[in-house]
Design a protein around this ligand. Structure first.
Ligand code: CS2
Ligand code: MG
Length: 402
């Protein structure tokens, strides 16, 4: 099944998405998400200048061999740009293989392990009242699990809090905007937010919170302890995780479950975290983790240590990634939860999708492949728009973690 064409489709229906499309001599084609928020063009060049030309003439069925050809062939292994480019190719090839077998992708992985896939969505507000309204709205929509982010008095702009009614989109300017942060104000306020949410909505709702890399280990330990009465499903990205050992101190002090990994791109970024049971959920998802071929290995390794998957699913991951992720979620034995930040109608108009949402759960659909396609004509109407993620400074001007 020879590859005769491979290309990158860049489109910006409200935000930039990068899609790999691989076409075989049999007329079959597959697509994969290769979007890296704020660094999209780097991935496009990595694909167009270094990867795709070398695929022409290769056998599309040899997914594993092509994976290693790209990964080892780079010499400069790993990294978010290379692994996102690799993921786009890998998912396109899995899409082709499942279409050739005329089966939904999850069947190719080993069949489904569950009837439905629990998702969590985002509820955020500039203040406590609007946050509580947002939780009520998400609950109304049927979600059983809700991530809660709230504006902090005295901090102008808090991570995860959208401007107005639009979906939260952090890459909101061509050059990085600057945000200001106070750990002191944040730590003094957030436990009260969860106390209020529990008071208003009771104990059944799964509550999640994203710290977004901003604390030191002892600060994260304090927050984890103070959130214990509110029984979170997870506290995410509590500290930056390049040094995986940082989690030891947090783990010693709190039973609040810990999630990490959306910025990771290989098993080596989280091996110690998993084998030392320093985390409970691994967030590394298909688009940034080298595709299904690599993330499948990561999930199996995590299962040895009772670590479950909790795929990243923000709007800057395209519906193509969501589709592939849901097939993976349907199969993976150690599934935890799937993030779902809804794409706008404009974004969804460019991508047709087989997956469905019902009362807090997804199913991936029975279409051959991952069930997502791109309307290239419509995609061409939305040209790339430069967009950067913000940077973050402490109140004294120190450049901090965003
Ligand atoms: C966030 C993301 O969804 C999450 O957990 O951490 O929204 C993250 O900020 C974006 O994906 C960055 O592009
Ligand atoms: Mg996050």
């Amino acid at each position: 099944m020879k590859i005769i064409d491979a290309k990158v489709i860049v489109t910006c229906p409200g935000r930039n998405f990068v899609t790999v499309k691989i076409i075989t001599e049999d007329g079959l084609y597959g697509i994969g998400d290769a979007t890296l928020n704020g660094r999209e063009k780097s991935v496009v060049s990595y694909l167009e200048d270094h990867i795709l030309p070398a695929l022409i003439g290769r056998d599309a069925q040899r997914i594993e061999d092509i994976w290693h050809f790209i990964y080892r062939g780079a010499y400069w292994r790993r990294g978010p740009v290379g692994m996102t480019a690799l993921a786009g190719v890998d998912v396109a090839l899995w899409d082709i293989k499942a279409k050739a077998a005329n089966m939904p992708l999850y069947q190719l992985l080993g069949g489904r392990s569950r009837d439905k896939i629990m998702a969590y969505t985002h509820a955020n507000g500039k203040d406590l009242d609007s946050t509580l309204e947002a939780v009520a709205k998400a609950k109304e929509q049927g979600y059983k699990a809700i991530r809660v982010q709230c504006g902090i008095p005295g901090i102008a702009k808090t991570y995860g809090v959208a401007k107005g009614d639009a979906n939260y989109e952090p890459a909101d300017s061509a050059l990085p905007s600057e945000e200001s942060w106070s750990t002191h104000k944040y730590l003094n306020y957030i436990p009260e937010v969860f106390a209020e949410v529990r008071r208003a909505f009771g104990d059944d709702l799964h509550l999640l919170h994203d710290v977004h890399h901003r604390l030191t280990p002892i600060e994260a330990a304090r927050l984890g302890k103070e959130l214990e009465p509110y029984r979170l499903f997870w506290m995410e990205d509590c500290v930056p995780a390049e040094n995986q050992e940082l989690f030891k101190l947090v783990r010693q002090h709190t039973t609040t479950p810990l999630a990490v990994g959306e910025v990771f791109n290989s098993i080596h970024d989280c091996r110690e975290l998993i084998q030392n049971q320093l985390i409970d959920y691994i967030r590394t998802t298909i688009v940034h983790g080298g595709g299904i071929t690599h993330v499948r290995r990561l999930a199996d390794f995590a299962s040895l240590y009772s670590v479950r998957t909790g795929f990243h699913g923000a709007t800057d991951l395209s519906p193509v990634c969501m589709g592939a992720a849901l097939h993976f979620d349907y199969w993976v034995p150690n599934f935890g939860i799937q993030e779902h930040m809804a794409h706008s109608e404009q974004m969804e108009s460019v991508f047709t999708r087989a997956y469905e949402f019902d009362d807090g759960y997804f199913t991936p659909g029975e279409a051959p492949g991952h069930g997502v396609d791109i309307d290239e004509k419509l995609a061409a109407q939305y040209p790339y728009k430069p967009a950067s993620l913000p940077v973050n400074r402490l109140e004294d001007g120190t450049l901090w973690h965003w």
